[in-house]
Design a protein around this ligand. Structure first.
Ligand code: NAI
Length: 245
């Protein structure tokens, strides 16, 4: 287990699935964790389960005002910010013909804009003292997925934003690392919803390569630890070979 004693972490989308597992894992490694989400009741309950090491805060990742408040409150409550995990995301199972403009804008707002705002506010808080940012992308950023054009595009934005931030930190001498994690199919409420609505092919593909939220959390914990000090701008697959086809 990594040693994150005394580190201050902020995890978005922490009220469910992968985000909840990440928050648990970072807290178990010694970090103080702000669990941020729009699902306030579940988020509060999960933070209470983690005890004094965790706090919950409402954060709609698409809102600039929410980000300003959340980062300021996190820094005040946890004495700064060392670790940011941009995990909040939504999926949409809709091919290109049935994706409306508002579908596209909605998914971009949460997955791409949410990550952009998180990186900007997070970097501002970390630029002097240093830190680590992990952005949760997807294998959808590597391979085009016909049933998920908007989702895939939003996760592609997360992938290249991550690399741009890593390069900017390197060039600007900012001691912050920024990496992306690309899960394959992970058993969470998100994929359970898709399995109910989706066809047999999708269901079979998901079941064949299914991982657990803890598999992704372990990668995140490594990336934010000192052991990963030389890893910056990388894209880490956690997909049980699903991406290989
Ligand atoms: P989930 O649906 O279980 O959890 C997502 C969380 O994000 C929920 O708690 C939800 O309330 C929160 N959220 C949604 N919109 C938000 C907003 N505007 N502001 C703040 N929070 C918001 O999903 P899951 O599976 O845990 O996904 C987590 C991340 O992992 C997402 O970015 C997803 O795209 C990504 N991912 C998931 C995979 C999977 O197979 N489950 C595969 C690849 C990537």
């Amino acid at each position: 287990m990594e040693n994150l004693d005394g580190k201050s972490a902020l995890v978005t989308g922490a009220a469910s699935g992968i985000g909840a597992a990440i928050a648990r894992r970072l807290a178990a490694a010694g970090a103080r964790v702000t669990m941020a989400d729009i699902a306030d009741q579940t988020g509060r309950e999960l933070a209470a389960e983690l005890g004094a090491q965790a706090r919950y805060q409402h954060l709609d990742v698409g809102s600039e005002e929410d980000w300003a408040q959340c980062v300021a409150d996190t820094c005040a409550a946890q004495n700064g910010l060392d670790i940011l995990v941009n995990n909040a995301g939504i999926a949409l199972l809709a091919d290109i013909f049935s994706t409306s403009l508002s579908d596209w804008e909605n998914i971009m707002r949460v997955n791409a804009t949410g990550c952009f705002l998180g990186c900007r506010f997070g970097l501002e808080a970390m630029r002097e003292q240093g830190g680590a940012i992990v952005n949760i992308s997807s294998i959808a950023a590597m391979a085009g997925l016909a049933p998920y054009p908007a989702y895939s595009a939003s996760k592609g934005a997360v992938r290249s934003l991550t690399k741009s931030i890593a390069a900017a930190c390197r060039d600007g001498g900012i001691p912050v690392r920024c990496n992306s994690v690309h899960p394959g199919a992970i058993d969470t409420p998100m994929t359970r919803g898709i399995r109910i609505e989706g066809g047999d092919d999708i269901e079979n593909a998901i079941v064949a390569g299914m991982g657990k939220p803890e598999d992704v959390a372990a990668m995140v914990a490594f990336l934010v630890s000192e052991d990963a000090r030389f890893i910056n701008g990388a894209e880490m697959l956690v997909d049980g070979t699903l991406c290989m086809g």
